[in-house]
Structures are given as structure tokens and as C-alpha cells.
Design a protein around this ligand. Structure first.
Ligand SMILES: *Cc1c(COP(=O)(O)O)cnc(C)c1O
Length: 383
């Protein structure tokens, strides 16, 4: 066997032995909540389409109209000829929702984090990352070539210790955290982190991939409980509650202008298809117009946690932590047999020993199905 294939096969065999091998399952999404896999219809509690906007008729129509007007693709980087007129509308809309001076849209949330952090932090800088933050925040931090340190999850005291000990050794410091944690569903203590950052002349960035559209009246994690925490760097994605694709950063005009000049994932990657940008604009219209609809996913998640006897949900994401990979796969299979898609999440996506079902609740999940799922989880998984 050629060494390349031998290398690949050995890696795969090792993953298989540890129950960590993954496979892509072909999935047909029928509507916002039902999917079909291997001929079986399942109610999905695993999509991040919190408002079911991927399937919304007006939003699909906006995407189709953009294809008719501007074409299927953007044809080049935004810095060359890919900057079609819909971008300015979307960026103005994002800045308004986030109460920031300006916004810039990237090809994806991952590309945003991989692009933003190295613009702000170089070899002499420090990046502090919550240990449970999304993989692409760590990827962006590594690309900066600065010193990267993880602080214990949501532990402001630990972040303070690290800043007190290390801030002076670095020219600049950046703290990054998920606003809503993607695998745990809890919220970051943004007000405390911002105060800490300000004390140490560090900059704070929140990743609101799971906040925009679903918490804080739809505005995201800086706006929970009618507060407004002025996080200077608010990034997020257009591919979850917004239902389309792309990433963004909202910040001051100066920062956004610098990012447009320097972020390599913006400069050297093709602009989004016009249809994605148009769908995002239409989705944000709906989110701003219908805050009651945007509140539904968290309401459903709270109904679930109450009925299942779990701690109250803070977001549409509810982890059911099981522990071993084998038991988690069995629980996922049991729920599939009962008609539900609840994907098993295993290391390295989550820490060793915390394999889990990650349930996501969406606006259109019927209440009686949420109640039935809660019964199954309570009776057949948690006890
Ligand atoms: C999904 C996710 C991303 C990546 O966004 P994409 O647009 O899917 O690339 C970034 N951060 C967090 C916290 C996420 O959950």
C-alpha cells in the first residue's frame, strides 16, 4: 500500500477502535424540523436552524431573486469584483442590530475567526480563550502566532490571574469567548469579562454564532435581559438562526476598515454568492420584525429542561451529558428508533469523558413532541 494510503488507513483504524470515527450521513431536510435519513423520517433536534428560516418562503424567494439579478456566484474576492451591492445593505443591517458603528461580512464564521484574530494580535501578543470556546476561535488564535492561553470555562477569576501574570509581557491582549457556548448552551459572563478586559487594556471578542436571532430579543448575547454590554468585537455567523451562510464582525469603523484591509480570509477568499447575502437580509428583517417568534426556541428549550428534570436552559442548546462514546451512541440510536434525530457529540468536539447528546430546539417544534422527547430522556437516558 502506498505510504499515503497506509497513513490514512492507520489513522482511521485508530479512530474506529476508540469509537471516534465519523461518517457523513446523507440527510434530506423536508422542512424546518423533519429530515429523512436512510429512508427514515425523523424529527430533528440537531439542526442549528433555530428559527427554521432555511425553509422560509419569503427568504428562499429573496435568494432566488438575487440569483436572477446578480448570478449564482460572486466571481471574485470582495476586494476585486465580488462586492455586489447586497453586501452594503447586509452590513448596515448587522451594525444596526448589534448597535455597532460598522460591520464586515466574511465567507463563513470559521473564516471570520481565522481572519480577525491575526489582524489584531501578532507574535508579541496574547490571546486568552475560554477552554470550551469553538474550535475556530482556537484556530484563529494559533494563526496569530501570539501566545495562546486557555482560561477555565466562564471563570473570570482565572482569566484575571492570567492577565495579571502575563499581560505586561505582551504588546496587546485579546480575550475571546463564545457568547452562547455551542456544545453546552450556557452564556458567557460578558459584563464581567468586559470589565476585566478594560482593567487590563485587553480587547474582548464574543462569538455569537448561537446568540444572534435567538437570545437578547434576537440581538444576541450582549443584549440578554434588556442589557446592552458594549463588547467592542462582536462576531457571529449567518448560518445558524439566520438560516443562510456567512460570518460577520461588528465593531468600530476603524476596526472594520482595518479588517477589510488586512484579514487574509477576506482578501484571499471569494465573496459569498449573492443569494446567501440576500437570504441573510430577508432573515434579519424577519428577526427584527418578530421578536416574539425569535423567543420561541429558548421557550421550547426551557419547557424541555423543566420536563426532563435538567437545569433550566439559557439558550436553544441543551446538552444531555452521558460520558462514554459507546453509551452516547446507544442513546442517540434509542432516540432514532423513537423517531428523533439527536446527534451524538464526541471528543474532540467536547472534552474527554463528556460525550453527549446535544439537543437544539427550534421555533416550530411542536410542544407535544418536546414533551415526549423529555419523557424519553428522563426515563431512558438520565435514570
Ligand atoms: C458554527 C460556529 C462557528 C462557525 O460558523 P460557520 O459560519 O458555520 O463557519 C463559529 N463559532 C461558533 C461558536 C459556532 O458554533
Amino acid at each position: 500500500m502506498p505510504s499515503l494510503d497506509q497513513f490514512a488507513q492507520e489513522k482511521l483504524d485508530d479512530l474506529q477502535r476508540r469509537h471516534l470515527r465519523r461518517a457523513l450521513a446523507e440527510t434530506v431536510r423536508e422542512d424546518g424540523i423533519w429530515i429523512e435519513r436512510a429512508g427514515k423520517r425523523l424529527l430533528s433536534f440537531s439542526c442549528n436552524d433555530y428559527l427554521n428560516l432555511t425553509q422560509h418562503p419569503a427568504i428562499k424567494q429573496a435568494a432566488i431573486a438575487a440569483i436572477e439579478q446578480y448570478g449564482a456566484g460572486s466571481g471574485a474576492s470582495r476586494l476585486v469584483t465580488g462586492n455586489h451591492p447586497l453586501y452594503a445593505q447586509l452590513e448596515a443591517r448587522l451594525a444596526r442590530i448589534k448597535q455597532a458603528e460598522a460591520a464586515v461580512v466574511f465567507g463563513a464564521g470559521y473564516l471570520a475567526n481565522a481572519g480577525i484574530i491575526p489582524v489584531l494580535i501578532g507574535r508579541d501578543g496574547l490571546v486568552l480563550v475560554d477552554e470550551l470556546a469553538h474550535a475556530c476561535l482556537f484556530a484563529g488564535a494559533q494563526l496569530s502566532r501570539g501566545t495562546v492561553m486557555a482560561f477555565r470555562h466562564n471563570d473570570v477569576t482565572h482569566a484575571r490571574e492570567l492577565l495579571e501574570r502575563h499581560r505586561a509581557e505582551h504588546d496587546h491582549a485579546l480575550m475571546v469567548t463564545d457568547g452562547v457556548f455551542s456544545m453546552d448552551g450556557d452564556l458567557a459572563p460578558l459584563a464581567e469579562l468586559l470589565a476585566l478586559a478594560n482593567e487590563h487594556d485587553a480587547w474582548l471578542m464574543s462569538d455569537d454564532a448561537h446568540g444572534l436571532g435567538v437570545v437578547g430579543g434576537g440581538r444576541g448575547s450582549s443584549f440578554v435581559g434588556n442589557s446592552h454590554i458594549p463588547v467592542p468585537l462582536q462576531m457571529g455567523t449567518l448560518s445558524k438562526a439566520v438560516g443562510a451562510y456567512g460570518g460577520y464582525l461588528c465593531a468600530s469603523s476603524a476596526v472594520i476598515d482595518l479588517i477589510r484591509n488586512r484579514a487574509r480570509t477576506l482578501i484571499y477568499s471569494t465573496g459569498l454568492p449573492p443569494s446567501c447575502v440576500a437570504a441573510s437580509i430577508a432573515a434579519l428583517d424577519l428577526i427584527e420584525r418578530e421578536p416574539g417568534y425569535a423567543a420561541l426556541p429558548v421557550q421550547k428549550a426551557k419547557a424541555f429542561t423543566k420536563a426532563a428534570g435538567l437545569p433550566e436552559a439559557q439558550s436553544p442548546i441543551v446538552p444531555v451529558i452521558i460520558g462514554t462514546e459507546v453509551a452516547t451512541l446507544a442513546a442517540s440510536q434509542m432516540l432514532a428508533d423513537e423517531g428523533y434525530l439527536a446527534a451524538a457529540i464526541r471528543p474532540p468536539t467536547v472534552p474527554d469523558g463528556t460525550a453527549r447528546l446535544r439537543l437544539t430546539f427550534t421555533a416550530q417544534h411542536p410542544d407535544e413532541q418536546v414533551a415526549r422527547l423529555a419523557g424519553l430522556v428522563r426515563e431512558r437516558i438520565l435514570n
